[in-house]
Design a binder for this molecule. Structure first.
Ligand code: NAD
Length: 356
């Protein structure tokens, strides 16, 4: 396997955690006989400082011509006063749009040794391992008409939830394919009792499932799902849902595990996908070698599995993460009494040693 990976470390802790993930990808390539080429480029505030825009043309061209993008995080107080159009965060929207990233995948897995980090009771969260598949480029965030208009009485705010058959089909396929790598259960989340767009959503998901007879499909209303995620999250394997519902449910699901520094994500598109931790640039801890690199290393594992179809290699990285945690290594955010407190680089090295 030969692949080119665009490495966009970005700002703040992005600059510290991305090199740790690259170490693991490099080691995976060596161990399993692949050629991975890493090409760094500027994004976010660092790009604004260097060339005046958050997503330079060269960075976009690189992302488009690569097989995958590994991203750290963008943003920070330094750029907060800038016009919205050239804020660091615009780079993310630009990349999503230009790469056609229509599916966002967020796994929420609890490592047993970290069960005390969650705000929920141990017996509720122990053993959770679920994946939220969120539609990312359609629905109410993009549907037209939209806007605020004057009326005789005052004003009227409008947004429109729109989904086409084709948009639902492609996200449903991502969910069923992902379920095949897991426990083969998909829960489609909608509001089909009230919304016509959800009625179509449900009908199309049922049709797509016919091509995946080995995957079990069930349906759940979004209000019930929000409740079930807290009541009994272990019942879920893959959840697939619209942009708006997914925005809310994926944050809820992520927080079940209690530690933002542990959670990876993948955005999948027509070509190159983008793989990044769910957290931001953490300016409060940047440059101190205390950030947890595990979310980014786990994002690199998702890149191997979802983009390059290297499941064995991805599993080997995940095993190395588990082993390192079992050995008691902890960064500050997940520290507990009796653990071995280490910095970003030392955590990366410990995972690397276990991987090798
Ligand atoms: P944040 O996720 O950066 O930080 C929230 C809290 O979590 C902070 O206390 C931080 O120290 C901690 N944290 C985050 N990542 C950690 C890690 N790897 N290890 C240990 N602790 C970690 O969110 P924020 O503070 O709201 O945002 C900071 C900046 O990041 C803002 O400019 C925001 O716009 C940007 N942001 C970027 C992305 C992205 O690039 N995808 C996502 C969210 C926020």
């Amino acid at each position: 396997m030969k692949a080119q990976i665009a490495v966009l470390a970005g700002d703040g802790v992005g600059k510290e955690i991305v090199p740790e993930a690259v170490k693991l990808l490099q080691a995976a390539a060596e161990k399993f006989g692949h050629t991975l080429t890493f090409v760094p480029a500027l994004v976010g505030g660092s790009a604004i400082d260097a060339v005046g825009v958050p997503l330079p043309d060269e960075t976009l061209a690189l992302a488009k011509s690569s097989d995958a993008v590994l991203l750290g995080a963008v943003g920070g107080p330094k750029w907060e006063g800038l016009d919205y159009k050239i804020r660091p965060e615009r780079a993310l929207l630009g990349l999503r749009e230009q790469l056609g990233l229509f599916a966002n995948l967020r796994p929420a897995k609890l490592y047993p040794m970290l069960s005390d980090a969650s705000t929920l009771k141990r017996e509720v969260i122990e053993g959770i391992d679920l994946l939220v598949v969120r539609e990312l480029t359609g629905g109410i965030y993009f549907g037209k008409p939209k806007g605020i208009e004057k009326t005789q009485e005052g004003e009227r705010g409008i947004n429109t939830e729109v989904y086409t058959t084709q948009e639902i089909q492609r996200i449903a396929k991502v969910a069923f394919e992902a379920a095949r790598k897991r426990r083969r259960k998909v829960t489609s989340v909608d509001k089909a009792n009230v919304l016509e767009s959800s009625e179509l959503w449900r009908r199309v998901v049922i049709e797509v499932q016919r091509g995946y007879p080995d995957v079990e499909l069930s349906h759940m209303y979004v209000d019930n799902c929000a409740m079930q995620l807290i009541r009994n999250p272990k019942q879920f394997d893959v959840l697939v849902t619209s942009n708006l519902f997914g925005d809310i449910l994926s944050d809820e699901a992520a927080m079940l595990t209690g530690s933002i520094g542990m959670l990876p994500s993948a955005s999948i598109g027509v070509k190159a996908g983008m793989y990044e931790p769910i957290h931001g640039s953490a300016p409060d801890i940047a440059g101190k070698n205390v950030a947890n690199p595990i979310a980014t290393i786990a994002s690199a594992a998702m890149l191997l599995s979802y983009q390059l179809r290297l499941d064995r290699e991805a599993e080997a990285i995940e095993q190395a993460i588990r082993k390192t945690l079992e050995q008691g290594y902890r960064t500050k955010d997940i520290q507990s009494p009796g653990s071995r407190l280490v910095g970003t680089v030392e955590m990366g090295d410990a995972i690397l040693n276990n991987f090798r």
